[in-house]
Design a protein. Structure first.
Lengths: 352, 352
DNA sequence: TTGAAAGCGCTAACAG
DNA sequence: CTGTTAGCGCTTTCAA
């Protein structure tokens, strides 16, 4: 008696029991849909008694409003797509990078805080993957070539947020990191620590970010009268990057400082330097662009240039939510400063 | 003329232009909603001419079907929630772990392949975070304590997939990794390579997985008459784990093999061994449970025990899709075998 | 072969 | 203060 199980429906198939609807609750409580809806949503002017009765009945019956129906009414789904562009062929390998992992998790967290959920979208997105989903907006992390997707999104009137390459396009917002300032800060730091031959390891990729880093390095060297020493890593990944580090260190031009821009494992980079007979930070100052937490556990601890994925995520979501809720964002883009986290590997002061 | 921009609506606000609806297309093409819908979906029996006309008009007008409305009709949203349980306080830090990063990305990829998208959910999920979303199912990666969430999900008739701790509950499916076999394989491998005093580093956490590993180690040692040597790491993270490794290696009981179960950075573990005067693999065989790709780049390369996140993801999605689409899965759970990736760090044969 | 009409489940005007 | 009614945008019987 007072058995919570409905008993109706085919008893043979327990999973097929029909969901409890608003109308069921209304009937059970002897009220109308409107009243129950208002009671549950805290809207309207209802007597406390009725409100409580409706709520009680709903709870007792295990009522759960159908989110899709609400979305249809509301006109938006509170869903944001998150798509990482580079490496369309090997989708999602990028989460292996601490930067993308943190960017992803921070974006999800920031979105959730504002009441939006993040859906993971594959890199390639064969033009229409996302079309099945009621996305209020889409974040395209590091678009490469596939501007196609951004065009499609804009054509579908879905706000997009990505990097600065879309600057000026209506409906497209951007967040980027200030590479130029970052490079200068790093090189100034080397200089202040007494280094005079800073070398740079860069990915051989035409990304705007890397191009900016290279240009900033060139400018800085020219201004300070230092020789340029750049080595390119043919691909991303620890293997090629470590090889590039070795190439930079192994030649006859012994640099006295090294900045590794493509994300590589801190301990592997230090090991490579050691193999080539360098004492860090004695003979060589090292800075890696990385979010890898192992940097604090190497000996010496490694100075890193953080691309602040969490701040980038927050800024992006802020922009998007403003655009979504106020109709348009205060500005179309945000430039976020990086953070040089100085540790022992780039501090010569410890040397006597 | 033949200007594609509608011109209707307030010209001052370009973003406010109303979306084009199915009914707009129908009117424009001189057809009915039904016909256009059928034409676009490839259903119904329409004359090729009409079908093409409808399609052309839709394309020209930039029509995009409203996904929410379709979902409401279809009854499902093709959306799967992905929630990682442990560390409710520090949401998403877990993506810093290669295992979770790969599990996440592989799950998203597997789901997409079956036509479902993955939504990232925060760990805590204050009982109702997910209720706003039309989730067809939810994946709870490593539930801890918060069985509460699983109960809620089941009560809401949303299929759940998680680890073996839910075995036997209706509506709950599980995928787990065969820890016992994994430990035995590792220890057998050590034994085959001539090691006689294998030590174990374990997290000090009551997870089923770790408990299983500990039990399997105990059993194996008893069977083979080897002394047990277990050191617990108080927390996850490279710092505590490396400290535990040092404790295991630094004492008077010099082990000749070491299995590090909590995920730690391969190069950091090797460095720790080196600091304590061990030659790997000369005096010490090392295996780490890890998905970290740096394992292949250390010298020597590090043997890893992979918990096969990609296979786990595939198995989970398969189960879920079966449950969702056939009404019930062939079985309630799947046990996935791990993979020992043998590299130089655990091969004594190289020694002369 | 095509179209009118009836919902999917919910919320928000408007009456009563 | 509560209930009736009209949609949100789409798909899909069922007639014509």
């Amino acid at each position: 008696m007072t058995n919570p199980s409905p008993g109706r429906g085919s008893p043979a198939s327990p999973t097929a029991r029909p969901r409890v609807l608003l109308v069921d609750v209304a009937r059970e409580a002897g009220l109308s849909k409107t009243t129950v809806s208002a009671a549950l949503n805290g809207t309207g002017r209802l007597s406390p008694a009725v409100r409580e009765r409706a709520r009680e009945t709903a709870r007792r019956m295990g009522y759960r409003p159908n989110p899709t129906a609400r979305q249809l009414r509301a006109g938006r789904a509170r869903l944001i797509g998150f798509m990482v562009g580079e490496l369309a062929g090997a989708p999602w390998t990028l989460l292996d990078s601490p930067y993308y992992a943190q960017l992803t998790s921070a974006t999800a967290a920031a979105a959730l805080k504002r009441g939006y959920a993040l859906v993971l979208l594959p890199a390639g997105s064969l033009h229409g993957e996302w079309a099945e989903l009621p996305l209020d907006a889409v974040i395209v992390a590091d678009p490469v070539g596939d501007d196609r997707i951004i065009d499609d999104l804009i054509a579908a009137r879905i706000p997009v947020i990505t990097d600065r390459s879309v600057e000026g396009r209506p409906g497209a917002y951007w967040v980027d990191v200030d590479v130029v300032a970052a490079m200068r800060e790093t090189l100034d730091h080397f200089e202040a620590q007494g280094a005079r031959r800073p070398a740079l390891v860069l990915p051989d990729s035409p990304t705007q970010f890397y191009a900016g880093a290279l240009a900033a390095y060139g400018d800085w060297c020219a201004e300070h009268g230092r020789p340029e020493h750049v080595v390119f890593a043919p691909e991303a990944g620890n293997g090629p990057v470590v090889a590039a580090v070795e190439e930079a260190l192994g030649g006859t031009r012994r640099p006295d400082a090294l900045c590794v821009v493509p994300e590589a494992s801190p301990p592997l980079v230090l090991e490579a330097a050691r193999r080539h007979g360098y004492d860090v930070p004695g003979d060589l100052l090292v800075v890696c662009v990385s979010e890898d937490l192992t940097a604090t556990h190497t000996r010496p601890a490694l100075t890193t240039l953080s691309l602040v994925p969490r701040e980038v995520a927050e800024a992006g979501i802020d922009l998007l939510v403003a655009a979504l809720e106020q109709g348009s964002a205060p500005s179309a883009g945000v430039l976020v400063p990086t953070r040089l986290e100085v540790r022992a590997s780039s501090l010569r002061t410890g040397r006597r």
